[in-house]
Every structure is written in C-alpha cells, then in structure tokens.
Design a protein around this ligand. Structure first.
Ligand code: AMP
Length: 228
C-alpha cells in the first residue's frame, strides 16, 4: 500500500464517469494502493436483487432497462453501508452519486460527522468507445476481479489470474441496447455533477482513454496531492 490519504478525517473520494469509463477497475486499484474501501452502489444493488430484498425487487426492472434506481432506495443503501466500521478507513465511491439529489444527500450525511467530499475525479472518455469496452467485459465470480476480452484478458482462458477461480460472469445489463440507455441516463442525470463538484472546488478531470496502469498512476497522484 502507498499510504493513507489523510491523518485526520477518513477520506471521501468520488469517481465520476459514464458506464465503461473504468470506475470499478480503478476503484479496486485505489482500494489496494490507498487502503480505501470501495463502495459501489451497482454492486450493493445487484446484491439486493440477488437476495430478493424489498429494495432489490424495486430496483431489478429499472436496472435491466438501463435507467436509474430511485434516489430514495440508493441513498438508503449507501447510507447503511457508509455507517459500517470499515468505512472509517476512508471510502472511494464508485457509481454514487449519480444525481444532484444524491450529491446533496451525501453532503448532508458527511456533514453530520464533520466530513466532506475530499475529491471528485471525473474519468473523461468518448461515448463511442464505451459500447466496445462494456460489451467485452466480465468478472471473476469468486474474487470480483474485472477482465475484458480485448483490453484485459485472463492469462489462461477462463481462469482468474488473481484467485484461480473459473466462475466468470457477464452482467445482464452489459448489452448494446441497455448500454445506450445507461449512457443517456449518465448524460441527463450524472454529467451535471461535474459542475457541482467544480463549483465546490474539489473536481479533477482525468483522461481515461489510455492504458489502465497509466490512468491509475494519474489517480494515485491526484489522491496524493489533493487530499491533505
Ligand atoms: P453500475 O454497476 O454502477 O454500472 O450500476 C448498474 C445499475 O445499477 C445502473 O445502471 C443503475 O440502474 C443502478 N445504479 C447503480 N448506482 C446507482 C445510483 N447511484 N443511482 C441510481 N441507480 C444506480
């Protein structure tokens, strides 16, 4: 690990970017290198769907269509997870907030414990590239490591480089039709948050079209210099 971000309050880092920008991949790298806890509302919602909870039942059809789950459900799920003890190490939010309402709710949640967002990183990519990136991706069902048919294949076909698992999964919403809807939702609801965090003075833009390792180096630099 490269060291913690802050000696005082736990750090709160937000990763913004359209589906396929690499938020999950980069969040996992930051988790390992910075000791932050990755919180993905997409993962939390998929777990709720699998567990057939009330939130999961309400979210399932919306997720399959590529739309956004209601602020009410997502804020509750995130707030519950954020109050767990491991989050005291600092968190990296992957896929939250996605609307102005969620951003305001997050500010309020953090203010209640004397915290604030330290840095919001916008991963900047071309929409055209996103469909290709998303359609080739898959994940190890055992350890969660992410792969891509072209950009990050496993060393031996069907076997996870990280844990040796063979249960590879592709997400149901990673198809061209749903991706188009997810991109639409991003531009309509989430892209305005780039201005929201710019106005708050905590925004950094990172070119996310290059190699995974290059982008993570940029993110490590940002989280080192911007979070005092
Ligand atoms: P992700 O894994 O971040 O790509 O999210 C997968 C799907 O979960 C999205 O397409 C949305 O339907 C839903 N979702 C995840 N995070 C949020 C959020 N913060 N607000 C609303 N819907 C969300």
């Amino acid at each position: 690990m490269d060291g913690p971000l802050s000696a005082n309050a736990p750090a709160v880092v937000i990763l913004l970017g359209p589906p396929g920008a690499g938020k999950g991949t980069q969040a996992r790298i930051l988790e390992e290198r910075r000791g932050l806890v990755q919180l993905s509302t997409g993962d939390l919602l998929r777990a709720a769907v699998a567990a057939v909870t009330d939130a999961g039942l309400a979210a399932k059809a919306v997720m399959e269509s590529g739309g956004l789950v209601s602020d009410e459900i997502v804020i509750e799920i995130l707030s519950d997870r954020l109050s767990e003890p491991d989050c005291q190490k600092g968190v990296i939010l992957d896929g939250f907030p996605r609307t102005t309402g969620q951003a305001q709710a997050l500010d309020q949640m953090l203010a209640a414990t004397g915290q604030a967002v330290n840095t919001a990183i916008s991963l900047e990519v071309d929409d055209t590239e996103m469909v290709t990136r998303i359609s080739g991706r898959f994940t190890c069902g055992s350890c969660g490591e992410g792969y891509h048919d072209t950009f990050k294949p496993t060393q031996s076909e069907g076997i996870c480089d990280n844990c040796g698992g063979t249960d590879m999964k592709r997400r149901a919403d990673d198809n061209a039709e749903t991706v188009t809807e997810r991109l639409k939702a991003y531009h309509a609801e989430t892209a305005p948050l780039i201005d929201y965090y710019a106005r708050a003075g905590v925004l950094t833009r990172v070119d996310a079209m290059g190699e995974i390792a290059q982008i993570s180096e940029a993110l490590l630099t940002v989280t080192q210099t911007q979070v005092a």
